[in-house]
Design a binder for this molecule. Structure first.
Ligand code: EPZ
Length: 416
């Protein structure tokens, strides 16, 4: 794995353009397989999770044209429905979207369980419950899963938890099922309407995506379309936090501010000097940052994917900040690394407290997962001296051109 070497304490200034959303792109690409014709996706981030999906598509004999203007054209009329082995499926969590897409199209899928960041147990029981309710039979062992159906028939499915992955996967399986499927207690994250919109452009009949009840009327055929990946709200939030920590004047372009309302409210509460435009933010030097409290929740609550990033800013805030993580069991590993840099931290189960302000000093730390790594970048930018972040490949899974974007605004970052 590569390392990021960051010299801290530069005042950052300039503009950052936010890329397409990782968590939307990783579902849109498998969703394209449901079409019998060409699907063009634009604003696709150039990140290693997308490379891993491209590898799976090529293995399935899809034809792909990926150009360096962030466009991917997928021709999946003649794909082979082969078992997707562990070497491909375990490269990322989102490989599980091939389950819904292949089941929807071929009524049969065989694949290894997915991989992904180690942030908790990450079961897929709700996805499987949805497939079963549509009429699929599930067999397999601890490593591989076989999902098979004579036919898929629409039904009502209540999710015990508003899971993002289960909502999308059930939508993918149901678009070509017979009759009407209703997903109740569906997740409402902005990526979900972005995916429903692609499917509707292909000819599906999905209503209610973005609310907690989604209705899908099955159709027989899905055709060609072009669709744009929405801006990455977690990347936008990450740069907003970087701006709050280190910028003299930073403009963040190509965002949907309401997608990060919960973060923007917290930043304002923390006394961050922030102006919110129609599709941009401007953050100016923020002194006297105040402590705050966050509880991670499903959208539109505070996103779990930003709590590790905000934790680093909390080391600069006066007083005791607290974080309660309610989505994942194991998402505080970054805090031990922050401790190595001098942060005053106490972790107690799903709650953590950070007492600030403390001076952070550069040292060698480990990115234990994608957002932990993003949090360590914030800490390294704040810290005195040089920080080496090991396992930087985790970060490159989800942030397009991060080294270039940071260097363009005056940070001193090298990938080695
Ligand atoms: C998505 O994961 C994102 N990943 C995650 O982003 C994000 O943290 C998460 O949603 C929550 O917002 C992608 O979109 C690829 P969930 P997902 O199903 O879909 C439990 C990042 O950093 N659960 O909403 O896997 C689960 O254990 C990543 O970009 C079940 O119990 O999340 C967790 O506690 C990391 N059974 C909770 O629900 C299931 O079948 C939320 O999971 C499914 C989930």
């Amino acid at each position: 794995m590569r390392k990021l070497i960051i010299k801290g304490q530069n005042l950052l200034e300039g503009e950052v353009n936010i890329s397409g959303a990782k968590n939307s792109a990783v579902a849109l690409i498998p969703a394209a397989l449901l079409s019998d014709e060409k699907v063009v996706l634009t604003n696709v981030p150039n990140i290693s999770d997308v490379d891993a999906l491209e590898e799976i598509l090529l293995y399935l004999d899809a034809k792909i044209d990926r150009t360096n203007d962030n466009k991917i054209t997928i021709y999946s009329s003649e794909i082979s429905n082969k078992p997707i082995h562990a070497d491909l499926a375990k490269k990322l969590r989102a490989s599980y979207y091939f389950m819904g897409a292949m089941l929807g199209k071929y009524k049969h899928v065989e694949m290894s369980f997915p991989g992904g960041c180690s942030i908790g147990k990450r079961p897929i029981d709700l996805h499987l419950k949805g497939f079963k309710a549509l009429g699929a039979k599930i067999t397999g062992d601890e490593e591989n899963i076989i999902i098979d159906a004579d036919k898929l028939v629409g039904t009502d499915i209540y999710l015990d938890f508003a899971s993002v992955g289960a909502t999308i996967n059930i939508m993918l399986a149901a678009v070509r099922a017979k009759g009407k499927t209703v997903i109740k207690n569906a997740a409402k994250e902005p990526e979900i309407p972005n995916i429903a919109e692609l499917l509707n452009k292909m000819g599906a009949d999905i209503k209610g995506a973005g609310t907690n009840v989604i209705t899908i009327n099955g159709v027989e055929h899905l055709g060609s379309c072009e669709h744009r990946v929405l801006p990455d709200r977690i990347e936008a939030g990450t740069y907003a936090i970087i701006g709050a920590a280190c910028a003299s004047n930073l403009r963040i372009n190509n965002i949907v501010p309401e997608h990060i309302d919960s973060l923007l409210e917290k930043l304002k509460e923390m006394n961050v000097n922030i102006k919110v435009g129609k599709d941009y933010l401007v953050i100016k030097e923020s002194k006297k940052i105040k402590a705050t409290e966050i509880i991670t929740l499903v959208y539109p609550g505070f996103p779990t994917d930003l709590q590790q990033v905000l934790a680093s800013l909390m080391t600069k805030a006066k007083g005791e900040s607290t974080i309660e993580e309610t989505i994942w069991e194991n998402r505080f590993l970054n805090l031990y690394e922050l401790g190595k840099m001098g942060a005053k931290i106490d972790v107690n189960g799903k709650k953590a407290s950070i007492i600030g302000p403390t001076k952070l000093i550069g040292t060698e730390v480990n990115a234990t997962d994608l957002r932990a790594g993003a949090g360590l970048i914030v800490a390294a930018l704040i810290a005195e001296g040089t920080t080496t972040i090991n396992n930087a490949d985790y970060i490159l899974r989800g942030y397009e051109n991060i080294v270039e974007k940071l260097c363009n605004i005056g940070a001193d970052v090298i990938l080695q």
